[in-house]
Ligand binder design. Structure first.
Ligand SMILES: Cc1cc2nc3c(=O)[nH]c(=O)nc-3n(C[C@H](O)[C@H](O)[C@H](O)COP(=O)(O)OP(=O)(O)OC[C@H]3O[C@@H](n4cnc5c(N)ncnc54)[C@H](O)[C@@H]3O)c2cc1C
Length: 278
């Protein structure tokens, strides 16, 4: 039977992100959170394939208890089971510790309810590392297709999946054996409208909460901040560049337009202009 597991992260709505000028850290208080957009598209792909093949979808998220709202959103869109890894000990995780926790949880789920496909967003819009999908897949020994734009075929009998992935110059169509991992671009599937029964079900849905001790007793030195060798020293915003000014030769003719451009360059002090140039 088809069983898709989708890893979803709750992220700050980055259009609202502000940085504390004193500390250089992200200001998270009062910032609205959303389901990572790439993860919503990964889930949409799982829902499309569940409609074709039957089966079920599990979503998994590591994060604070507020992640419940993102898991409920996934139930609304067509997931069947939601699990949250939430405990103080998980906090401060880098991608190494995050992928370790998710992989251990997926192993446990897979033992009881074998997984056909693991889906991830191509990246989380806050951390942006795009490392968690590959990190989890390699720990599980699953083949991985990154930057997938389309799943062409899932053959449960032959245990194969064919997907198309984007590379810089061309798209590649790849076949891998199941179970496999996929990291998804937004083109993979459009986000469906929630059906009324799913909407009602999601309002009352209580995801399972797994802690650092139950049902898996995680070694404290491999999770959260203790299991994370990465240190983010400072977060800064890149300088915003304004759009350049266009001097239209059609309005003034070429020579006056060039003269205006040179005057502006000179006034901005960008270049030392040779005498007689202006
Ligand atoms: C500004 C900033 C910079 C950071 N830089 C680094 C860094 O350089 N190195 C580092 O190791 N960590 C870094 N982190 C920490 C990083 O956010 C966490 O490790 C995070 O838990 C996972 O990394 P990511 O957000 O980059 O996810 P990505 O690897 O970009 O996420 C890819 C996909 O993995 C899945 N996924 C990711 N996180 C979760 C989760 N918690 N639960 C379920 N599914 C998930 C989702 O499907 C997601 O779309 C940074 C955090 C911030 C805020």
């Amino acid at each position: 039977m088809f069983h898709a597991l989708v890893a979803v992260k709750q992220v700050p709505d980055t259009t609202n992100i502000r940085i504390d000028p004193e500390t250089g850290n992200l200001i998270r208080q009062g910032v609205p959170t959303i389901l990572n957009p790439y993860d919503a598209h990964a889930l949409a792909a799982a829902v499309e394939w569940k409609e074709r093949l039957g089966g079920r979808i599990t979503v998994l998220s590591m994060g604070p208890m507020s992640a419940i709202s993102s898991v409920r959103e996934c139930i609304e869109l067509g997931a069947d089971r939601g699990i949250i890894a939430s405990a103080r000990q998980f906090s401060g995780a880098d991608t190494l510790a995050t992928s370790y926790v998710l992989a251990e949880m997926i192993k446990r789920i897979h033992e009881k309810d074998p997984i056909s496909v693991l889906l991830f967003g191509k990246q989380a819009i806050d951390g942006d590392t795009a490392q968690v999908g590959p990190g989890v897949s390699i720990r599980l020994g699953f083949p991985l297709i990154t930057y997938a734009v389309k799943i062409h075929e899932i053959n449960l009998k032959e245990k194969t999946l064919v997907a198309e992935r984007k590379s810089e110059q061309y798209n590649e169509v790849i076949q891998v054996p199941l179970p496999c991992g996929i990291t998804c671009e937004k083109e993979i599937a459009s986000i469906p409208y929630a059906s009324l029964p799913n909407l009602v079900h999601s309002l009352k849905y209580e995801p399972e909460v797994w802690t650092a001790e139950q049902p898996i007793a995680f070694p404290p030195d491999q999770i959260g901040i203790k299991g994370s060798p990465t240190t983010v020293f400072k977060t800064t915003q890149p300088e915003l560049h304004t759009a350049g000014e266009v001097i239209n030769t059609a309005d003034t003719g070429v020579a006056p337009a060039v003269k205006t451009a040179i005057e502006k360059i000179e006034a901005a002090g960008i270049l030392d202009m040779p005498e007689g140039c202006a």
